[in-house]
Design a protein around this ligand. Structure first.
Ligand code: APR
Length: 320
């Protein structure tokens, strides 16, 4: 069986980390694309030389030509600009929307059968625009946010209780922004919901709320520390988990920005929800029941995403 092909559009901090992970896990051959001449080529060559040390069989190629992504099985998009301290993800909208138009055209021409994962922010609006610009089926275009947001929540919980991260499951829904919805009722330690752990006296409600808020601010905390860009290791690892589930038909249940056709009362928009990811892309949206306050938080988050989508339509009327 021929090797799979993974195209990475954007060879910056996340793009380079994605290339390293995809190659070292032997998910397939990797093509790194960027408009900055030399960077994708340099990173690909550097990474190819690690294969001698680590002994993985993946070819890496750097390029500034879209034709090199031809036939890709998976395309992961990080092209655009990241946040600087003081900026929100939404501040990136106008500039990254133009990038999505170029990237969408490139994917439509050279990799129309690919499974596409968008990471560029503001995520929920950019993945919506990328799907529109590329014209690919909505089940084959998803956004990476929920796996990352959940991983942050998981880490904070494991750290708080001093338990193995392997026994912590966390669940974050909604848009990838300040209004995201970490669901304590559906997050657990070895199957015990966090809400029960409050009753058991492991943690106070107030402390849990602080952790929820730290999860919401998880990206900004890292931007504040790095000062020159945003997080890249965990975002890359999260997208690789999604790509792997698709390529190996693992059918993992992962929170992703997925196109909704009425699920959770949302139509025609991308929002973070749990989905089954397999060989058909998004195979199923897992419509969990939300209680009144969870639904209210989710609706608020959907409203924020809707505002960004409307802003995109004003900037690019052809998306309307
Ligand atoms: N086509 C291809 N690549 C582009 C384009 C374009 N039109 N415009 C910019 N790029 C490239 C840049 O040259 C840069 O190498 O995208 C890359 C982005 O890399 P970084 O600036 O290092 O940003 P990174 O940290 O990787 O984040 C990328 O993901 O999490 C989001 O908010 C983040 O939107 C940002 C994206």
């Amino acid at each position: 069986m021929a090797r799979k092909k993974i195209a990475l559009i954007g060879a910056g901090q996340i793009g380079g980390t994605l290339a390293h992970l995809a190659a070292s896990k032997e998910l397939g051959d990797v093509v790194l694309f960027d408009i900055v001449d030399g960077v994708p080529q340099g990173k690909a060559l550097d990474l190819a030389q690690t294969s001698a040390v680590d002994g993985f069989d993946s070819n890496l190629k750097g390029t500034s030509e879209y034709k090199d992504i031809a036939g890709a099985d998976v395309v992961i998009v990080t092209a655009g600009v990241p946040r600087k301290p003081g900026m929100s993800r939404d501040d990136l909208l106008e500039i990254n929307l133009k990038v999505m138009e170029q990237v969408g055209a490139g994917i439509a021409k050279y990799a129309p059968d690919a499974f596409v994962i968008c990471i560029t922010n503001p995520l929920d609006a950019m993945v919506w625009a990328l799907q529109r610009f590329s014209g690919l089926p909505a089940n084959k275009v998803v956004g990476m946010a929920g796996v990352l947001d959940s991983s942050r929540f998981q880490h904070f919980i494991a750290d708080e209780f001093n338990v193995s991260i392997k026994d912590v499951t966390a669940f974050v829904m909604g848009g990838h922004g300040d209004t995201m919805v970490p669901l304590t009722r559906y997050s657990n330690v070895a199957g015990v919901p966090l809400t029960d752990l409050v009753k058991m006296g492991w943690i106070t409600k107030e402390r849990l709320e602080e952790i929820v808020q730290r999860t919401r601010d998880g990206g900004a905390e890292i931007v504040g520390l790095l000062k020159t860009g945003s997080a890249f290791y965990a975002p890359a690892a999260s997208a690789i988990a999604m790509a792997e589930s698709y390529l190996k038909d693992q059918k993992r249940v992962l929170p992703c920005a997925a196109y909704l056709k009425g699920e959770f009362g949302v139509k025609g928009m991308y929002v973070g929800v749990p989905v089954v990811l397999g060989a058909d892309g998004v195979e199923r949206v897992v419509e969990v029941t939300l209680n009144k306050s969870e639904q209210a938080m989710f609706d608020k988050s959907v409203g924020a995403v809707d505002g960004l989508v409307e802003a995109c339509k004003k900037i690019a009327p052809k998306l309307a």
